[in-house]
Design a protein around this ligand. Structure first.
Ligand code: CAA
Length: 258
């Protein structure tokens, strides 16, 4: 597929997906979603981490494309919402760790995209928010639910009701982003975090992601059972043998993801 709205590159074992419509501040239209969907489905086994960012120097993603949405019917809105949900769920369900490098505006659907990633880092100039109520709508790509699960009801409601655009420092204070970096250090930082993860057992990292994600939706008993199963299953892997043998031999582990 020839991408018009995204860039999809590899840097060693790290894939970088850049939403790249700077003229519209990288707003997400249907075509962009279809390209993202294609890119996510084309990920190969040698990709072990994914970074998502925005093209140009101003915006991560400034939301769903308002021009495209402005005249659609309720039925079409449902389809558009389902498309966004599908793509962000695909992102969330990847077994590899995903990192949002929020390099500017992350508004509405843009913040929802970041929330579909495992880790969110922001540049000092990032502005984050869910301004949908200013347009007479609500977030439609999972934002109401993922924001609430991450921040708790009160903070999520405050952001949703007021439509405030918060800066990166405030976003860190409330736990929406993990760290704030100077703009020219953001990508370097995200790659360094990915590189650190890459040194670890890939099956174990994938299992950690799985039990956190699925466990978060369960009660504690069921969630702890998921952990027990995930722990046990790793003892059938070569990586577990290698990781523990390497520790005992006082040498670095050489994980094969098997
Ligand atoms: N959709 C479509 N086009 C957008 C856009 C969006 N979400 N955001 C920005 N653009 C376009 C602008 O229309 C403008 O295009 P033209 O040059 O052709 O006029 C261009 O990008 C540059 O934008 P601005 O001139 O507005 O730039 P600015 O620096 O003055 O303001 C901004 C930047 C504060 C991010 C402002 O563009 C803005 O408020 N954008 C909309 C943010 C928003 O409301 N996002 C939520 C969308 S709804 C949603 O996401 C629903 C959902 O969950 C499904």
């Amino acid at each position: 597929m020839d991408y018009q709205n995204i860039k999809f590159e590899k840097d060693g074992a790290i894939a970088i997906l850049t939403v790249d419509r700077p003229k519209a501040l990288n707003a997400l239209n249907s075509a962009t979603f279809h390209e993202m969907d294609h890119a996510l489905r084309s990920l190969k086994e040698d990709t072990r981490a994914l970074i998502v960012t925005g093209g140009g120097d101003k915006s991560f993603v400034a939301g769903a494309d308002i021009a495209e949405m402005s005249t659609i019917s309720a039925a079409q809105a449902r389809e558009f919402s389902a498309l966004g949900h599908h793509v962000f769920a695909s992102l969330e369900n990847l077994s590899i760790p995903t990192i949002a490098a929020v390099n500017g505006f992350a508004l509405g659907g843009g913040l929802e995209l970041a929330l579909g990633c495992d880790l969110i880092y922001a540049s000092e100039k990032a502005k984050l928010g869910v301004p949908e109520v200013t347009l007479g709508v609500i977030p439609g790509f999972g934002g109401t639910q993922r924001l609430t699960r991450l921040l708790g009801r009160a903070r999520a409601k405050e952001m949703l009701f007021t439509a405030d655009r918060i800066d990166a420092a405030k976003a860190k204070e409330i736990g929406l982003v993990l760290e704030v970096l100077p703009a020219d250090k953001l990508m370097e930082h995200c790659k360094a975090v990915a590189a650190k993860i890459l040194k670890n057992g890939p099956l174990a990292v994938a299992q950690a992601k799985r039990v956190v994600e699925y466990g978060a939706d369960q009660d504690l008993r069921a969630a702890n059972e998921l952990e027990r199963q995930g722990f046990a299953v790793l003892f059938g892997s070569e990586d577990q043998r290698e990781g523990m043998a390497a520790f005992l031999a006082k040498r670095p582990a050489n994980f094969q993801g098997k």
